[in-house]
Design a protein around this ligand. Sequence first.
Ligand code: GDP
Ligand code: MG
Length: 432
Amino acid sequence: LGNKLQDILEKVGHEKALTEDQVKATMREIRMALLEADVNFGVAKDFVAKVSAQAVGQKLSGSLDAGQTVIKLVHDELVEMLGGDKAEPTLVEGGRNVWFMVGLQGAGKTTSTGKLASLYKKQGKRILLVAADTQRPAARDQLEVLARQVGVPVLKVEDGEAPSSIRSRIDAQLAQQPADLVIVDTAGRLQIDEALMGELAALSGELKPTETLLVVDAMTGQEALNVARAFDERVRVSGLIMTKLDGDARGGAALSARSVTGKPIYFAGVSEKLSGLEPFYPDRIAGRILGMGDVMGLIERAEQADIKAMDAKKAGEFDLDDLLLQLRQIRRMGPIADLIKLIPGMSRALPEGFTIEDKQIQRIDAMISAMTLEERRNPKIVGASRRERIARGSGHDVQDVNKLLKMHEQMKEMMKMLQKMSEGEAACLCPR
Ligand code: GDP
Ligand code: MG
């Protein structure tokens, strides 16, 4: 943030501890963000209650204001809940490794099976894939195609084949052609259904998988909770794979599935291609769930920026030179829109589509530089003829100058709001 913004923000109770009101104001925003990200309602509620309890009374840290401090707490707690550091499924060297892929139809089981085969083959593992959808031949063919692409053997079950028969055929195949890892792709249904669950439980009982990986489509939204619970109850899930994170789903399903099973999220599916499987990074998803990108990175940048003090009382007198100074500082830090979103409620308080890009800052710089000292101090005197002169002098259109003056007005309003906030009126800038 520019120095004025930062300075004003810092005054939101600098040495003080977070008050209940401050926490509440930000938590409203957080709860909205969680629900918008499709986190299950109950999970969001519990989460907010838990973090709120932790946050109240917490000391404000360094240069972060109340809102940022709460967001940092929320973010850290989200990362923690999503699993902290990245985890990997267990693959015992020289041991028996059987991974069982389960999930709803269309979740991405078959695709993920192919991706895992590709990933572990690259690591030098010998793989055997098992196409164990006992009802849909097309599903088995789909895995066969992937197996051929990866270059690993595949064993296809027969329609309605019994679990014991499947097991003995896998054993026979392994006796002929040993493998370090057997990955079993199973049938899915569009919804949780007892017949399927019974079938999966029977096959699982027979094959005794060392990992049972529940594949969850990130777009599942609210349902992710019930899906994860149902599968975990019947086949004891050991880990999760979140697919389709390349789409625009915000990832709330990850939090829901994780919180109900307590199992690690091992991988993220990020494309339809065989290469589209990545380790799951909790901090990325946390930022995404909050709708704030890489929150901590941005907060750090704001902290590191060269920040000088400014008299907050001057906010009402914010002139074009101040604007220019701010923008030049912001340029060194990155996209202003990202930084501004760090302030709870700010994205909503700003006009629709408010963004400032680097090029825009250069243009604004040129226009302000073409103004007289008096014009910069008192933009109100900049009428039609002056606007024309400034436009010509800086190589821009009159419309650009109009836009600049309008933006300055908006920034000035923002400053006033921030100042009110600094005076302890509210830590939330939600429009009243
Ligand atoms: P299954 O029914 O669970 O076996 O699901 P599939 O593996 O057949 O996948 C269903 C659809 O989702 C297919 O069109 C896949 O290409 C697609 N898909 C799976 N994983 C991903 C992913 O991570 N990203 C994207 N964009 N598509 C995926
Ligand atoms: Mg499938």
